[in-house]
Design a protein around this ligand. Structure first.
Ligand code: NDP
Ligand code: 8X3
Length: 260
């Protein structure tokens, strides 16, 4: 028996990518699962492929819908109410345009999902964890939260929020046994780029051409690992890139001449 068996794991954005891989990883460990996303059909297909012994509750949830998020815990069946691990994974990037050409609706959707959705879920689940004196919030941040790149503007800023919010939670939760971790992945091949490129499969594929990116299972293994560590160990943040990725030198423009 491993220490995640029968623990109840709530994963947002479980219909693809990291969230789906986390569901499979925790199911393999014998955990109970609460899976949510907007695409219910995808969740149901995922459930049908999990071991039949796995206890799963699926719920359609748009994390940008504050009323639904607020009603979420009350709608959980009794057996799934005591969440041990919340994986705040639902998120997205939209567009790669420079700030002066970006779509404000895209920016707002990223804020609503990556920031407000994550805050709302945390606010719903955390009181129960504190009351039970048991729990772990795992936020999925990004390297983009620390390292700016052209076109990363609002997405990177939303993940910088996740980074600092995770630290703030740690500060608030000192004196409780509740743990908080921010996992900050770099280049990873999921549906992330297809969403960012708004369905343009060619552009999405180009992101990964001639690379060996992280895969969803890499991140799921890390999420599993940080949550299965002994209960006195808190991984505050974990930044992970594929070997083929690193930082650029600071950018220097040589075209402006006397203009500045
Ligand atoms: P995917 O696009 O494969 O998965 C994103 C998941 O988020 C989907 O299950 C989607 O479900 C869900 N989601 C999006 N919007 C909402 C919403 N409003 N309400 C509920 N669920 C939502 O991408 P990844 O798995 O790569 O992304 C997961 C997380 O990892 C994101 O937070 C992303 O920012 C982060 N990340 C990704 C990296 C990468 O390179 N892939 C690197 C670093 C971080 P549905 O559409 O069914 O609602
Ligand atoms: C996703 C990784 O580098 O595309 O968060 O921003 S990156």
């Amino acid at each position: 028996m491993n220490n995640m068996m029968k623990k109840c794991i709530l994963i947002t954005g479980a219909s693809s990518g990291f969230g789906e891989a986390c569901a499979r990883r925790f199911a393999a460990a014998g955990s109970d699962l609460v899976l949510c996303a907007r695409r219910l059909q995808r969740l149901e297909t995922l459930v049908s492929s999990l071991p039949s012994s796995c206890r799963v509750h699926v719920q359609r949830l748009d994390v940008t819908d504050r009323k639904s998020v607020e009603a979420f815990v009350d709608q959980l069946p009794d057996d799934f109410r005591e969440i041990d691990v919340l994986v705040n994974n639902a998120g997205l990037a939209l567009g790669l345009e420079p700030a002066h050409e970006s779509n404000l609706d895209d920016w707002e959707t990223m804020v609503d999902t990556n920031i407000k959705g994550l805050m709302g879920m945390t606010r719903q689940i955390l009181p129960g964890m504190v009351a039970r004196r048991r729990g772990h919030i795992v936020n999925i941040g990004s390297v983009a939260g620390s390292w700016p790149y052209p076109g990363g503007n609002a997405y990177g800023a939303s993940k910088a929020f996740v980074q600092q919010f995770s630290r703030g939670l740690r500060a608030d939760l000192l004196g409780t046994p509740v743990r908080v971790s921010n996992i900050e992945p770099g280049l990873a091949e999921t549906e992330f780029s297809l969403v960012r490129m708004k369905g343009d499969a060619q552009k999405a594929g180009d992101v990964y051409t001639d690379t060996h990116p992280l895969c969803a299972e890499d991140i799921a293994e890390i999420v599993y690992w940080v949550t299965s560590l002994p209960s006195h160990v808190n991984v505050n943040a974990l930044e992970v890139m594929p070997v083929c990725q690193a930082w650029n030198p600071l950018a220097v423009d040589r075209t402006l001449g006397n203009e500045v």
